[in-house]
Design a protein around this ligand. Structure first.
Ligand code: FCB
Length: 472
């Protein structure tokens, strides 16, 4: 029996500005922290940068036409802050806004629904120089930027997301240092997490003040589906700690108006959290129209002796580094969950997505969920006839879409699925070596070739039906 999704389910694909746009120095754009980081020797594979990326800035119309050919109804993209407000202060740059107005008009003209993310990691470098996310001022800067974009696009975009994966911004950016700006200070990471929460809250208020009533406001998190290696109390405690540091550090203030008590206790040796000021939690606790959920793979943990080296799974799928992205979790060991892996080394386990959606649905009844990212990096090869066959990606998508449908049957109110990614692109510290696209990009010629997964996904999206087989 084919699996059927309800009418009105939102089907789409996703990208992010720095990963695809290129044109890093055009139209008044100034460097973001990712420009600086990727241009710093040793920070990215092969020294890859987003200078040119997929050249989407110049190929916007072609890309939207390709999307329209595939017939997928929604597109999640992000706005580059330094393209719109180069120094992170002051008035917007018209040329920057014009690019996004043009993009949105192209999408609407083709019947594709824009889903706009304000911040997908490209902080203007000047704001980092002034202290970055560990500083409170950055949250106020973000709210001002949100107003500028809302003023320019509010008449034509209905679905708004403040931040993408603030966990990565805070803990990979300021904790383990594998993401921009590459700092390795556990307290800075916790401060950054709070100021990202505050930025979301102030940003959501600024959006609602500027947008028509029909506009929807959301945030995309990457909550960890954390599994304990056994029922041993030390393993269960490891799971609790990582759940607090990955997920509840955001869902607590955003959706319950408080930081979890166990998180504050776990990190008490590092900070007293006095950077949380009176009124902050009320500012953060804003109504969400839906919650964006990004999921790729589960995380497997056990208890460990303090100071023990990371176990075989490294720092929870985020690379083994000298610095942990998990402040206050010294007694946690990470393991590679069993099973097949993608090119990222991430275990393929669709049950993790099902469990995560069901858990969020139970914990936050009445809050619609949208899968805002899910997909796989595969070892794609261009065949002699120019085509790209990616059966592994199709199998991954098939499994995860079936898991979404199961979660819906089990009570999760999932409204849509936005596949990562529309195009192969700059995969952050991994550079261009990891391909997540359903459309292949030849970075020399910038030629786009839809892979077999693109045709497969287009059929699923158009029919709202997942076929029994994974056949192309
Ligand atoms: C997510 C990011 C996205 C992409 C995927 C693979 O963490 O939001 O930009 O890199 O992972």
């Amino acid at each position: 029996m084919p699996v059927t999704f309800p009418d009105g389910f939102l089907w789409g694909t996703a990208t992010a500005a720095y990963q695809i746009e290129g044109a890093a120095r055009e139209g008044g754009r100034t460097p973001s922290i990712w420009d600086t980081f990727s241009h710093t020797p040793g920070r990215t594979e092969n020294g890859d940068t987003g200078d040119t990326a997929c050249d989407h800035f110049h190929r916007r119309a072609e890309d939207v036409a390709l999307m329209a050919d595939l017939g997928v109804g929604a597109y999640r993209f992000s706005v580059s802050w330094p393209r719109v407000q180069p120094t992170g202060r002051g008035p917007a740059v018209q040329r920057g806004l014009d690019f996004y107005r043009g993009l949105v008009d192209d999408l609407l003209g083709r019947g594709i629904r824009p889903v706009l993310t304000l911040y997908h990691w490209d902080l203007p470098q000047e704001l980092e120089d002034a202290g970055g996310w560990p500083e409170r001022e950055t949250a106020y800067r973000f709210a001002e930027y949100a107003s500028l974009v809302a003023g320019a696009l509010g008449d034509r975009v209905e679905m708004w997301t403040t931040l993408n994966e603030p966990w990565c911004s805070a803990f990979l950016g300021y904790g383990s240092g594998v993401h921009a700006p590459g700092r390795t200070d556990p307290v800075a990471a916790l401060r950054a997490a709070h100021h990202l929460n505050l930025a979301h809250g102030l940003g959501a208020s600024a959006l609602r003040a500027a947008l028509p009533a029909r506009a929807q406001v959301s945030i995309s998190l990457n909550p960890c589906e954390v599994r304990a290696r056994s029922e041993d109390p030390a393993d269960l405690d490891a799971r609790r700690r990582i759940d607090a540091l990955s997920t509840r550090v955001f869902t607590g203030p955003l959706l319950k108006g408080a930081y979890p008590a166990d998180l504050l206790a776990d990190t008490a040796g590092l900070t007293d959290w006095s950077f949380v000021r009176d009124g902050d939690l009320a500012a953060i606790h804003q109504r969400l129209d839906w919650l964006g959920v990004n999921y790729y793979s589960p995380t497997l943990v056990s208890g460990a002796e303090e100071g023990a080296p990371p176990a075989d799974g490294g720092n929870g799928g985020h690379g083994i580094t000298a610095h942990t992205p998990w402040p206050g979790a010294d007694r946690v060991a990470f393991h590679q969950p069993p099973g097949e892996r993608t090119e990222m080394g991430w275990t393929v386990d669709p049950s993790g997505l099902r469990d995560l959606l069901v858990r969020l649905g139970r914990e936050f009844p009445g809050l619609p969920l949208v899968v805002t990212e899910n997909g796989a990096a595969c070892d794609d090869k261009v065949s002699a006839d120019g085509s790209v066959h990616d059966p592994d990606r199709i199998a991954y998508l098939h499994g995860h879409l079936a898991a979404v449908r199961r979660a819906m049957e089990d009570g999760a109110d999932v409204r849509g699925y936005l596949l990562w990614s529309f195009l192969d692109n700059f995969e952050w510290a991994y550079g261009y070596g990891k391909r997540f696209g359903i459309v292949h990009v030849d970075y020399e010629s910038q030629a786009r070739t839809p892979k077999s997964s693109a045709r497969w996904y287009a059929r699923v999206a158009r029919s709202g039906e997942l076929p029994d087989t994974r056949a192309e």
